[in-house]
Design a protein around this ligand. Structure first.
Ligand SMILES: C[S@@+](CC[C@H](N)C(=O)[O-])C[C@H]1O[C@@H](n2cnc3c(N)ncnc32)[C@H](O)[C@@H]1O
Ligand SMILES: Nc1nc2[nH]cc(C(=O)O)c2c(=O)[nH]1
Ligand code: SF4
Ligand SMILES: [Mg+2]
Length: 214
């Protein structure tokens, strides 16, 4: 199959357990929980999204005809960075909802190109085998299908979610990430307080926004 990529860019992972790690981001176009159009936000299942994932018009975006095309483009971009001189290439597949497109042939092609593969997913679609780092960020009003992984990163608060409903799930790490938007200051204070009261949950800040990088 072909792949619709909104943008591909080199930055630091800003969130969660891998925050601070040099990463090539591949942002796939499209999501199953919102059209991405502002006029549809109020009726979307996920209404707080901070991302433009419509179209293929971003830097490094476009349609990739084959898994190999996407993987080779990603590898070329990685090889243009200073990081290519040291360490294993690391790609973060996000979106939009990357699991609408990230399939076994693309995972194989990215591994073939030397990448360690991470995914940022809303958890409504089962992750195919072979992904090296799975970050699930559940969304209220959607069905959570992917109930295991490396980190669960909950945007908080998200009524009617409770923390207790996620604590038994098979994730190695649990994060609370303050919901960005008009209430980000109050949400951050709430996450700080909650992490201090329930140390199983660590604080994840969107550090890229603080330092003004993508
Ligand atoms: C744009 S989403 C794309 C990946 C996938 N669709 C998902 O929701 O996990 C990337 C990450 O940003 C988080 N996110 C989106 N909007 C946010 C907001 N307003 N405040 C904090 N985190 C947000 C998501 O929960 C997810 O962890
Ligand atoms: N720097 C940076 N880190 C991120 N971690 C998750 C992101 C995402 O949008 O999936 C993201 C992003 O957009 N930028
Ligand atoms: S599921 Fe992810 S990409 Fe889709 S609207 Fe929500 S935060 Fe945005
Ligand atoms: Mg983002």
């Amino acid at each position: 199959m072909s792949y619709a990529v909104k943008e591909m860019f080199y930055t630091l992972q800003g969130e969660g357990a891998q925050a601070g790690r040099a990463s090539l981001f591949c942002r796939f176009a499209g999501c199953n929980l919102w059209t991405g159009r502002e006029q549809d936000r109020h009726k979307a299942i996920c209404q707080f999204c901070d991302t433009d994932f419509i179209g293929m018009d971003g830097p490094g975006g476009g349609r990739c005809a084959t898994p190999k095309d996407l993987a080779q483009q990603a590898r070329r971009m990685w090889d243009q960075t200073a990081a290519s001189q040291s360490g294993k290439p690391y790609i973060v597949c996000t979106g939009g909802e990357p699991l609408l497109q990230l399939d076994a042939p693309l995972i194989a092609a990215l591994h073939e190109a030397g990448f360690e593969i991470a995914v940022e997913t809303n958890g409504t679609i089962a992750a195919p085998d072979g992904i090296d780092w799975i970050c699930v960020s559940p969304k209220a009003g959607s069905e959570l299908v992917q109930t295991r992984g490396n980190e669960l990163k909950l945007v908080w608060p998200q009524p009617p979610f409770s923390l207790e409903q996620f604590e038994p799930l098979a994730f190695d790490k649990f994060y609370l990430q303050p919901m960005d938007g008009p209430d980000v200051i109050a949400n951050t204070q709430l996450c700080v307080k909650t992490s201090m009261a329930r140390p199983q949950w660590r604080l994840s800040l969107q550090t890229h926004k603080m330092i003004g990088i993508a």
